[in-house]
Design a binder for this molecule. Structure first.
Ligand SMILES: C[S@@+](CC[C@H](N)C(=O)[O-])C[C@H]1O[C@@H](n2cnc3c(N)ncnc32)[C@H](O)[C@@H]1O
Length: 257
């Protein structure tokens, strides 16, 4: 368990730099890349400015408190949250990858599932533990530090992942919630995900076209998953459309359940 499985060949969306490091090649026109850099810089400035503030959200019937340094609930979070509520059953074992405030771990546990919630951000781990207690589901939620699958054990019926959308290098833990250098973590996740899924297991994934959605689609395909769009929402930002999608993935051949 935990060994990368070679489901995919190198894609044209990556190259190696002189030191042999994998470098992400965005699957979009250069102007879109520049627009995404500007959006990212603005979002990071705004997040830094709000750094002293703890926020409390009434969200899908739960109360979620999000400290500074942790990804807040956003106006499109419910696309994934509602998918979790619809998909997860009381018998399920669920992995919440990159749990942040623990919001999706709390929703899954509120449906009766046993949940392992992991993140690399210690502030997120503390928040996820507090939110599990606050919502009366702590007995069903285990919170653990793990860099992707590093400290994940066993297999799961459902895995939930809302990965950082961007591929730039993060400067700190706050920024690591929204950007993953060269999509290293997201790529490792998809390389290994099938090893941690029970037969008939499903992935719920949230992403947006303010990241490289085309690259995500290629990773999904290369990992042998079939993708269904559960929910979609479009907004217009600075005159450009941004699409957000909640996806349900299942190993091709295990689509129905
Ligand atoms: C976009 S946030 C999503 C947070 C939460 N799941 C939600 O929906 O609000 C991405 C999360 O992934 C975490 N993360 C980033 N890199 C990671 C890695 N290598 N392993 C585990 N978690 C990671 C970040 O710390 C952050 O909490």
């Amino acid at each position: 368990m935990g060994q990368a499985t070679p489901y995919r060949e190198a894609m044209e969306s990556e190259r190696q730099d002189q030191a042999g490091k994998r470098v992400h090649v965005p699957q979009m026109p250069a102007e879109r890349v520049e627009q995404i850099r500007r959006w990212h810089a603005r979002a990071y400035r705004e997040a830094r400015a709000a750094l002293q503030q703890e926020q409390t959200f009434a969200y899908l019937g739960r109360t979620i408190v999000v400290p500074p340094q942790v990804m807040p609930i956003t106006p499109v979070s419910h696309l994934l949250g509602e998918a979790v509520l619809a998909e997860v059953g009381a018998q399920d074992r669920v992995l919440d990858m990159g749990t942040g405030s623990g919001v999706n771990a709390v929703l899954a546990a509120a449906s009766g599932a046993d949940v392992l919630a992991v993140d690399i951000n210690p502030h997120a781990l503390a928040a996820a533990r507090s939110n599990a207690v606050r919502n009366g589901v702590a007995a069903r939620v285990t919170v653990r530090h793990s860099d992707v699958f590093e400290f994940v054990d066993g297999v799961f019926d459902v895995m939930v992942f809302d990965p950082p959308f961007r591929w730039f290098a993060p400067r700190d833990l706050l920024e690591a919630a929204t950007t993953d250098e060269n999509y290293g973590a997201m790529t490792r996740f998809f390389n290994q995900a099938r090893d941690y899924l029970k037969p008939g297991g499903r992935l719920l994934v949230f992403f947006g076209s303010s990241g490289d959605l085309e690259y995500l689609h290629r990773l999904i395909e290369a990992s042998g998953f079939h993708r269904t769009v559960l929910a979609r929402h479009a907004i217009v930002k600075d005159g450009q459309q941004v699409d957000y999608v909640a996806l349900r993935l299942a190993v091709a051949g295990h689509v129905a359940s």
